[in-house]
Design a protein around this ligand. Structure first.
Ligand SMILES: Cc1ncc(COP(=O)(O)O)c(C=O)c1O
Length: 374
């Protein structure tokens, strides 16, 4: 494997701690996209069958990354929000049905359920701030609850939930479990079977290190037919490519959720990015990320006036470290860090730092030095 320094040739002086927003691409992804552009320019789509092979390889990588039983359980969609919409507007709701979410979801995992209000669906928002957030979520499930939709890791606080416990609790209660996994997949191991989810989704541009606009949507086999389709086209047909055929049916696989031509450009990039994660291995990726997050959190806690807003317990976090500093307005603090070439985000009542497994320890030390000297 090429060295990580070679894979991430970020410009000198840049401290990139914003993987929870949009990540840099590894060199191999940039080269794959460059080669794809070159091909398009010189021979067009003459070698389309080879592109399809790369796309198939992407599906296989995603299957392994999610531990999905089959590539037939996976669709490639535009983004997390589109996949959530597929679920929300695919299920057959009855007036009075309830959906349980938390009260700190990114709008994508809230408005999509609130948009079902005309169908009589009620959204219950639960606080995760108590000592046992999983118990609070499960206690909110009533006989009317059809689905729980939750972020594996909260985008602002960085709180990570025990997905296996939630999945088991949902199963016992007959509640469908839907995971917005964008802040976990690629950061830590993730397993659709262990979490017993019916649906999971994540765009590739954060922890998976891919381009924006290409997301994985996992739909458990037994739920595939249950989702009503709202998008139709040549690509989602069982006999895609047989253009002469007048009788049709949706693909038996999750390709039924992909109406038309694929995002081949995105596939080139994401396939290459995931090849790096697979070479390193998700256990290694997770351990290296945790080492960085643990160090960053501990050192921040020791800075006089700094307050950690994200969990300090490793079982409760993934790659997000959010903090505030007494006497500093968050927006001013963000601007100050930006002036020091620290790429981060203003979120959750503080500043959010999000390294990844490859982030050089020196970058973390330099960032800490800036914060200590505020
Ligand atoms: C938890 C969470 N869900 C959803 C999204 C939005 O994802 P997408 O743009 O892929 O719809 C984000 C992006 O920040 C996020 O953090």
């Amino acid at each position: 494997m090429s060295s990580l320094v070679d894979e991430f040739p970020l410009i000198e002086g840049l401290r990139y701690l914003n993987h929870a927003a949009v990540a840099p691409w590894p060199r191999r992804a940039a080269l794959a996209v460059r080669a794809f552009a070159e091909q398009n320019m010189t021979v067009g789509a003459r070698d389309y069958p080879l592109w399809l092979k790369t796309e198939q390889s992407l599906r296989e990588r995603l299957k392994r990354l999610l531990n999905a039983p089959s590539t037939a359980d996976i669709a490639l969609l535009k983004n997390t929000s589109e996949a959530l919409s597929m679920v929300a507007f695919g299920l057959d709701w009855k007036p009075g049905d309830q959906v349980v979410i938390s009260d700190e979801e990114l709008p994508s995992n809230r408005v999509v359920w609130e948009a079902l209000q005309p169908q009589g669906v009620e959204v219950i928002q639960i606080s995760l701030r108590g000592t046992d957030p999983e118990a609070a979520l499960l206690a909110a499930c009533s006989a009317r609850t059809r689905l729980m939709s939750i972020s594996a890791v909260q985008y602002a606080s960085g709180l990570r939930l025990d997905l296996a416990r939630l999945g088991e609790g949902c199963e016992k209660r007959g509640v469908l479990f839907c995971i917005d996994a964008i802040q976990q997949i690629g950061a830590l191991p993730f397993d659709v079977q262990e979490s017993r989810c019916a649906f999971a989704m994540a765009d590739g541009h954060k922890w998976m290190l891919g381009p924006e606009g290409l997301a994985v949507f996992y739909c458990r086999r037994d739920m595939r037919q249950a989702l009503k389709l709202h998008e139709f086209g040549w690509h989602m047909l069982e006999h895609a490519g047989d253009y002469e055929r007048s009788a049709w049916e949706p693909a038996r696989s999750a390709r039924r959720f992909e109406c038309g031509s694929p995002n081949m450009l995105g596939a080139m990039g994401l396939e290459a990015s995931l090849s790096l994660l697979e070479e390193v291995g998700m256990d290694q990726v997770g351990a290296a990320l945790e080492a960085r997050v643990s160090h960053l959190s501990a050192e921040l806690t020791a800075v006089p006036g700094a307050r950690l807003l994200s969990p300090s317990d490793s079982a409760r976090r993934a790659g997000i470290v959010t903090f505030a500093v007494d006497g500093w307005d968050n927006a001013e603090l963000f601007e100050r860090l930006k002036a020091e070439q620290i790429v981060c985000a203003l979120r959750g009542g503080g500043v959010r730092l999000s390294p990844h497994f490859y982030t050089p320890p020196t970058i973390i030390e330099q960032t800490l030095a800036v914060i200590r000297n505020l």
